[in-house]
Design a protein around this ligand. Structure first.
Ligand SMILES: Cc1ncc(COP(=O)(O)O)c(C=O)c1O
Length: 384
């Protein structure tokens, strides 16, 4: 065995010993909301397709038309010839919906965070991130040469303490949070974070991957009752509620101009395929013109929570934290045997000892399926 394969086998053995081995599995998600795998047909509660737009005929039609007109791929980086006209259209649309001056779209949400954070925070600067921020916010922070401090989840006192002790020693300060936390489903106190950021002259960046299309009539967690909060960096993705793919950042025009000049994950990578951008445009249009649709995922989650006696959901995501790895895997298997697909979430995606079942609710779920899921959870004694 060569040293490379030996290295890989050893690492895999360690992963398997810890019970953390993962595999990709071909999965066919269907228009009717079902999900098929080699091992059976399921109703899935682990997608992020919160509005059921993945299979919406208008998105598919838009993707087809754009592919015919502009080609299946972008052909090069946006800064070379890959900037087909739909990019500017989508940037104007997301900036308008988020009430910002300008936007820059990226290949994905992950690439957005990898690109944007190092542009804004460099040597001598400080990044302060919520402990439960998504992995790509930490990945972007690692690429930046700034110092990184972490505050306890949603703990404003801890953040203030860090700011009081460190603000004056740093150049620029960037505060990072998810708008809706991806594995916990709770919401960040964005208004209070924004007040703190202003008080200490720090820049607040909210990753609203799970808020867009779901909270505040679809506008996301940087809004409150119809008003845009003071969040200078609104980041998100088109890959969840919007039903398509790609990431974005909305900010003032000079900030976006700088990002377009400096973000390496924009400059040194091929632009998004035209069909994907066209689908995002259509998905956003549906969200903008249909606020009642955006209310549905939380209504579905609320039905689930009420029946199980859980606290009211703050988003479309509801975790059942079981803690123990084996118990979590066993619970997922019991649900699968009853036709429900819920991927168990394990470390390192979540902190050690907090393995969980993460339920994602969609406008396309039928109430009767949610009620049957509740019955199975009760019957199989899956509640923590
Ligand atoms: C909070 C958060 N940010 C960013 C991303 C990455 O977005 P994308 O899937 O578009 O790369 C995710 C996806 O899981 C996420 O949950």
């Amino acid at each position: 065995m060569d040293s490379l394969s030996k290295f890989a086998r050893q690492k895999l053995a360690e992963i398997k010993t810890k019970g953390l081995y993962r595999q990709t599995r071909p999965t066919v998600r269907t228009k009717a909301g079902g999900t098929a795998r080699k091992d059976g047909n399921f109703i899935s509660f682990c997608d992020n397709d919160y509005l059921g737009l993945n299979h919406h005929p208008d998105l598919i039609k838009a993707a087809e038309a754009a592919s015919k007109k502009y080609g299946a791929g972008a052909g090069s980086s946006r800064l070379v010839t890959g900037d087909h006209p739909l990019n500017a259209e989508l940037e104007a649309k997301i900036a308008g919906f988020k009430e910002g001056e300008a936007a820059c779209i990226f290949g994905s949400g992950y690439l957005t965070n990898l690109g944007v954070i190092p542009v804004l925070a460099g040597r001598g600067d400080l990044i302060i991130a919520d402990r439960l921020c998504h992995a790509c916010l930490f990945a972007g922070s690692t690429l930046a040469e700034a110092a990184l401090k972490v505050f306890r989840h949603n703990d404003l006192d801890h953040l203030r303490d860090i700011l009081e002790k460190s603000r004056n020693k740093a150049g620029n300060v960037l505060i990072l949070t998810d708008g809706i936390f991806s594995m916990d489903g709770d919401r960040a106190p964005v208004e209070a974070l924004s007040d703190l950021a202003r008080e200490f002259d720090a820049w607040l960046m909210v990753d609203d991957a799970h808020g867009l299309g779901v909270v505040e009539d679809g506008h996301g967690a940087s809004f409150k009752r119809g008003h845009r909060l003071d969040v200078p960096l609104q980041m998100g993705t088109f890959s969840k509620a919007v039903g398509s793919y790609g990431g974005y950042i909305v900010a003032d025009a000079p900030v976006i101009d700088l990002i377009k000049n400096r973000a390496r994950s924009l400059i040194y990578t091929t632009g998004l395929p035209p069909g994907v951008v066209a689908a995002s445009l259509k998905g956003l249009e549906i969200i903008e013109t249909n606020p009642a649709l955006s209310k549905k995922p939380i209504q579905k989650a609320a039905l689930f929570c009420t029946r199980l006696g859980l606290p009211a959901p703050q988003s479309s995501i509801v975790p059942l934290i079981l803690g123990d790895l084996e118990a979590t895997m066993a619970a997922a298997s019991k649900l699968a045997a009853e036709g429900f697909l819920i991927t168990p979430i394990r470390p390192p995606t979540v902190p050690d000892g907090t393995a969980r079942l993460r339920f994602g609710f969609s406008a396309s779920h039928k109430d009767e399926d949610i009620l049957r899921l509740v019955d199975v959870i009760k019957g199989k004694r899956i509640l923590p």
